[in-house]
Design a protein around this ligand. Structure first.
Ligand code: XMP
Length: 511
């Protein structure tokens, strides 16, 4: 039987990160909301261990998420993190108190006092704290195993019942020995084997959808991006020709993108693919539009219309496959974590088209995990490792009104820049890099003649999560090559500039 850990979600922002850190140690972890599973079901599922996640509440608030204390008697090891630590203490009979001025946030020195969780962890190390309550007195059977200056119980342990709690966040990289602590819980407390791989994820997902969608038809909108590609190939493996993919060319794609989608899905994987050429339709709707949010809205709406029209031409489709990944879920506030930013890719299509069900096979995965699944499925590396590309495409990289001419200029400049970055083979490659066509023209000189051409801006950023980003310090030689090539090869560009703004205050995209 595949060993697995249950991450019981109490609404913290890092809940899926915990699952990912566990999977990185080759133990399968799944996240379930505290309200969606009972102690009895937990026992039946045969989990090796349970992690209580953090959450924004206070345990003594009656409206805050709680759990059946019966869970403590199941004999399954538990690790409580942050709110989960307080909840564990509270459920077992300990006392929680508001920290007031002693609230901690950020990097703090952790002093450990032994215990299995801290095997291989120095007696002093850095941990990441974020809490306004603390455990004032531990329940019977527990002892305190770590503290910080302001938090007398930064960790507690009951080795006999295998119940553990930590006030800090071992899952974030700022906690220096976080992975060691999780490792100790998984392997020393829960006695996991650690033999789970991405291949297991793929075969389990294929098997699951083969059963769930037996005899059913599914539709998937391919965007040309990694996520929808991986979701589609995964579903194709499960249901074969009962999956139809639709790729809408809205005329705002990068150079070569349309061809690549056909090559990979139609020729390589022999999937049923409908390619819709809707370039004129989109450009007509976008004529005269200069406001970025308006552009996004038009493209989103138009996309749904085109997709709906295609879907209607087909025999009845039971399911809609979407490449939603975990960061999309967090950003749109669809999970239980606090809303960070509204996002456009999630939740738009379904209600409008009336499918029986939505299939989102990658919903729990992070980008790098999705890429690993893609490689496992045999999707070419150029597609799997490709940088993110926004749904509205080049529309938000052509400043101001979108015209065929501006799009053509940007496409060429962007292709050159991307080619040069790739050719440079940087060890520390930027997370996203592209060209922007500013709405400005500038004076130049070519031969003896004065020119008056477009200003192209180059943008490259490094980031882990795209919420914040630093501008990439690309080598001057690379920037020089890109600039010379763009001004030589792309007629009507007279100047190239490099964007040296981080996010915040700027965003990654210019619009
Ligand atoms: P910003 O510009 O918000 O970009 O700093 C962060 C990340 O999100 C992408 N992005 C979008 N993706 N539809 C998308 O699918 C959009 O409207 C959109 N706007 C920005 C951007 O490319 C970057 O990766």
């Amino acid at each position: 039987m595949q060993e697995k850990i249950l991450v019981l979600d109490f609404g913290g922002q890092y809940n899926l990160l915990i699952a990912r850190r566990i999977r990185q140690q080759h133990v399968y972890a799944e996240v379930k909301s505290y309200g969606s599973i009972t102690a009895e079901q937990i026992q039946r599922e045969g989990y090796r261990g349970i992690v209580f996640t953090g959450g924004p509440n206070s345990v003594y608030d009656p409206a805050s998420p709680h759990f059946d204390p019966g869970i403590l008697r199941l004999g399954i090891p538990i690790l409580g993190i942050c709110y989960g630590h307080q909840l564990l203490a509270w459920m077992a009979g300990g006392e929680i108190q508001a920290a007031g001025n002693a609230s901690e946030y950020g990097r703090v020195t952790l002093r450990t006092a032994g215990g299995v969780l801290f095997d291989g962890v120095p007696s002093e190390s850095v941990c990441w704290m974020s809490h306004t309550d603390f455990v004032k007195s531990v329940p019977d059977g527990f002892r305190i195993t770590a503290s910080t200056e302001n938090c007398p119980c930064a960790a507690m342990a009951d080795d006999e019942r295998r119940l553990y709690g930590v006030q800090f966040h071992p899952e974030v990289t700022h906690t220096a020995f976080g992975s060691q602590i999780l490792h100790n819980f998984l392997f020393k407390v829960c006695a996991c084997r650690g033999d789970w791989t991405m291949e297991d994820f793929v075969s389990a997902a294929v098997e699951r959808y083969r059963q769930e969608l037996s005899g059913k038809r599914a539709l998937c909108a391919l965007s040309g991006g990694v996520d929808s590609a991986v979701a589609a190939v995964l579903l194709h493996r499960a249901i074969g020709d009962r999956l139809t993919c639709v790729f809408v060319d809205h005329g705002l794609l990068r150079k070569g993108e349309h061809e690549q989608v056909e090559q990979v899905f139609q020729h390589r994987f022999q999937m049923k693919l409908i390619v819709v050429n809707a370039r004129e339709r989109f450009l007509t709707r976008l004529k005269g539009v200069t406001e970025p949010e308006r552009k996004r809205k038009i493209i989103g709406e138009e996309f749904i219309r085109v997709f709906e029209k295609e879907a209607k031409k087909l025999e009845k489709q039971d399911a809609l496959v979407q490449g939603t990944i975990y960061p999309d879920v967090v950003e749109s506030g669809a999970g239980s974590a606090a809303v960070i930013k509204s996002h456009h890719n999630v939740g738009g299509l379904p209600e409008k088209i009336g499918f029986e069900r939505i299939v989102e096979p990658l919903r729990e995965l992070f980008k790098d995990e999705v890429r690993a699944v893609g490689l496992e499925l045999g999707i070419p590396e150029e597609l799997v490792m490709r940088q993110p590309f926004p749904g509205p495409g080049l529309a938000i990289r052509v400043m101001g009104e979108i015209t065929e001419e501006k799009l053509a200029v940007l496409r060429e400049a962007d292709a050159i820049f991307r080619e040069e970055v790739m050719r440079a083979g940087l060890a520390d490659a930027p997370s996203q890099y592209f060209a922007v066509l500013t709405d400005n023209r500038s004076v130049g000189v070519m031969g003896d003649a004065r020119t008056y051409g477009w200003v192209i801006a180059l943008r490259a950023v490094s980031t882990d999560d795209f919420m914040t980003a630093d501008w990439s310090r690309l080598p001057y030689e690379l920037l020089a090559r890109a600039s010379v090539r763009i001004t030589n090869e792309v007629r009507s560009v007279s100047r190239v500039v490099y964007d040296i703004t981080s996010k915040p205050p700027a965003t990654v995209e210019w619009e």
